[in-house]
Design a protein around this ligand. Structure first.
Ligand SMILES: [Zn+2]
Length: 278
């Protein structure tokens, strides 16, 4: 269901782990934020934009993962804004995209909504009476950006802030932690997450950002303690850091392969800490 999370800003569900794309309307133009993994997911967004009398001719890609870039068929010919780094990240991802989607390289390349306007670090976009500020929040991936809409204190956090799953850390837990700390300093009333429910109310947003950083730091210190005690066995370290203790009832254990997601996060942090201790 498409939900208006703040005036003129809509979350649009997609199929990957309670995924959320976003559509932002200004007085002059509208823009889609990410396009999902399947053409029908992007099509739903383009149709929604058209139905409100706007042209579906602008897209922001927050980062180069499959569920953000492969559903863009309905936006061919649009201006596609993305960080420079996302162009490289998409190239790097092609083999894994083929595997994930069961498609060959040519098919994947045809599915990708390629960025047409890139920026180095930050970008301000004016939709008419509404400014979007895009800025880097690396950690989940190296290229990812978040988007702040000041007029309604709304943050589109993409996969930097997941609310329905354990954090997916493909790049760097330290960078993710720094990005979360940066986001805590913003005045946010509504947060739209890349996966999971939107959060409403400053207190709720702060509580969740605090929990995410606590999760990362407490897993890291548990890993560091094991390493200090002489344990270098990644699998044993991962086994010792239990879901129940570190996630508990914060997230539904029986959904979205949550146990595996926790183990993946712990394994990533264990790899980082083992490498740092050598
Ligand atoms: Zn992602």
């Amino acid at each position: 269901m498409i939900v208006e999370e703040a005036p003129g800003i809509f979350s649009v569900p997609h199929s990957a782990a309670e995924g959320k794309n976003v559509i932002v309307f200004g007085e002059k133009t509208a823009i889609a934020v990410d396009v999902g993994a399947y053409p029908e997911e992007g099509r739903q967004m383009a149709d929604f934009i058209s139905a409100r009398g706007y042209k579906p001719n602008r897209v922001i890609i927050t980062h180069g993962h499959h569920d953000h870039i492969l559903g863009g068929e309905a936006f061919r010919g649009a201006d596609v804004f993305a960080p420079h780094k996302t162009v490289d990240e998409i190239q790097r991802q092609i083999p894994s995209l083929c595997q994930q989607m069961g498609l060959d390289e040519d098919q994947i390349k045809a599915r990708i909504l390629h960025p047409t306007i890139t920026f180095a670090s930050q970008l301000w976009l004016d939709l008419g009476g509404r400014q979007l500020h895009l800025f880097p929040t690396p950690g989940h991936s190296p290229d990812i950006v978040s988007i702040y809409v000041a007029d309604c204190r709304l943050l589109i956090a993409s996969d930097t802030v997941v609310t329905g799953i354990v954090p997916a850390i493909f790049h760097s837990s330290a960078e993710l932690e720094a990005s979360l700390n940066l986001l805590k300093r913003l005045d946010v009333d509504t947060l739209i997450s890349g996966h999971g429910p939107a959060l409403h109310g400053g207190e709720t947003v702060r509580d969740w950002l605090n929990w995410l950083t606590t999760y990362i730091t407490s897993v890291r210190s548990a890993v560091a303690n094991r390493i200090m005690a002489g344990d270098r066995d990644r699998a044993a370290i991962v086994d010792s850091i239990s879901y129940d203790e570190y996630v508990g009832d914060r997230l539904p254990k029986d959904q979205h392969s949550m146990l595996k997601r926790h183990r993946n996060a712990v394994a990533k942090i264990a790899d980082e800490e083992i490498a740092a201790s050598l």
